[in-house]
Ligand binder design. Sequence first.
Ligand code: DAO
Length: 182
Amino acid sequence: AQDCQVANIQVMQNFNKTMYAGTWYAVGKKDPDGLFLLDNIVATFSIGEDGKMTATAKGRVIILDNWEMCAEMFGTFEETPEPAKFKMKYWGAASYLQSGNDNHWVIDTDYDNYAIHYSCRVVDTDGTCLDSYSLIFSRHPTGLRAEDQPTVTQKKLELCLLGKYRRVPHTGELISTKRPQF
Ligand code: DAO
């Protein structure tokens, strides 16, 4: 049963960041309040010589209500006593992009095909999450393999987010220049 308590959320056991490194395509997303990344979201994680994880991410965003553009984002990860729970500091290549500090939890992954990310930004007074976002990652831009779908559905349920995700399209039409959307 799901009690939806943020403190009780199970994360990936014995998380191995080296196996996690490389490129992941977001194929599903539960948006936070104040949605930022829309679609064509691709994240690449690297482990530096210092053993620290960093990431670059690209995605299509809408800023100032009607400017559609490709955002180039950077993230650095601070480790915690639980290997799958990180604190992520993130910022954009341009000053008008979002920046901040988020939790970054790896809920489950098989390293080769799928990964489930979760971030609670605001914990409510009752211990449930008031503002969360979650990305479903695939190593394949075409989406999840059929055999991984039951696992992902079960984890969405455990996160109390089943039915709250949308599909993240990969149209390959990302352009870096700012253009108005009429
Ligand atoms: O899309 O509304 C949103 C929230 C996403 C904020 C985080 C974006 C930057 C990520 C960089 C690192 C890789 C996951």
